[in-house]
Ligand binder design. Structure first.
Ligand code: AMP
Length: 265
């Protein structure tokens, strides 16, 4: 954008909540204009049911974006973003895409890289804002910018939580009332892991988490990992220089929830 005006960009998949709106607020505070995109990107879903059931609340989203003072919304169709027979691009985001979401959701980060690249090339933002809720995605996007030499700066923003501590997520809308109450268990486990990190080693903490989930019949743990923020590889070091962070992915009533917490925060 000319005349020294800056564009801030917040890519989303819609079903907006206060976590998304915090990114819009951050962009507004740092940039002259803020653009939000809403696009449920089919190529990043490795599970057809998850894609089909992804919540869509476009009317409400537009109302919220207007209220918060977002300057422009980009709402493309699948046909606009993917022409006929177009494939996803394959990226080498290593080491950031090797563990956790990278191994549990094959192809996911190629889909994310493909769509975010297209969005960066369309919007040409000066600064783009991503939530630490998807901490691994944030690191993958930083690597995407490096690989493709995009000129946008990437800013990571803190996780916004519900009053009970559950990380806000569009997928929370799919939880039954009963499961919604139980979902906070994920955050409680992370907080407990952080407490244990003072006096226990990584394998003791992991064993405790696996045991805690084994008593919660309605949850199905995908993974609990302690990884260094520096490379997102599993670490056995809980020293602050290793920047250890705990990551969880778990199913509750068929809904996949993820969360993370810095252990030396
Ligand atoms: P999504 O619509 O889930 O693709 O998320 C769009 C952006 O919002 C991503 O950068 C997410 O990391 C971010 N985001 C989602 N939930 C939260 C949250 N609870 N707190 C902060 N950022 C979030």
């Amino acid at each position: 954008m000319g005349a020294n005006k800056t564009i801030g960009f917040v890519p989303t998949m819609g079903a907006l909540h206060s976590g998304h709106l915090s990114l819009i607020e951050q962009s507004k505070s740092e940039c002259d204009y803020t653009v939000c995109s809403i696009f449920v990107n089919p190529t990043q879903f490795n599970n057809a049911e998850d894609f089909e059931k992804y919540p869509i609340t476009t009317e409400l989203d537009l109302k919220l974006l207007k209220e918060v003072g977002c300057d422009a919304v980009f709402l493309p169709t699948v046909e606009e973003m993917y022409s006929n027979n177009e494939k996803v691009e394959h990226f080498d985001f290593s080491p950031f895409d090797v563990s956790m979401e990278g191994s549990y959701r094959p192809g996911h980060f190629d889909g994310v890289g493909t769509i975010v690249g297209k969005l960066f090339e369309t919007i040409e933002p000066d600064i783009s804002f991503f939530g630490e809720k998807d901490f691994q995605q944030l690191k993958v996007i930083e690597k995407l910018v490096e690989i493709k030499n995009y000129s946008t700066k990437i800013v990571g923003c803190p996780i916004v939580r519900e009053a009970d501590g559950l990380a806000m997520s569009s997928r929370n809308k799919r939880l039954s009332d009963e499961h919604r109450k139980k979902a906070v268990f994920i955050y409680q486990v992370l907080k407990n892991a952080k407490k244990q990190a003072i006096s226990h080693n990584v394998s003791e903490i992991k064993n405790w988490v696996i045991d805690a989930f084994s008593h919660e019949e309605e949850f199905e743990l995908d993974y609990f990992e302690i990884a260094s923020e520096l490379d997102l590889q599993p670490t056995s070091s809980l020293n602050s220089e290793a920047k250890p962070r705990a990551f969880i992915a778990a199913y509750l009533g068929g809904v996949r929830l993820i969360d993370n917490l810095a252990l030396n925060g």
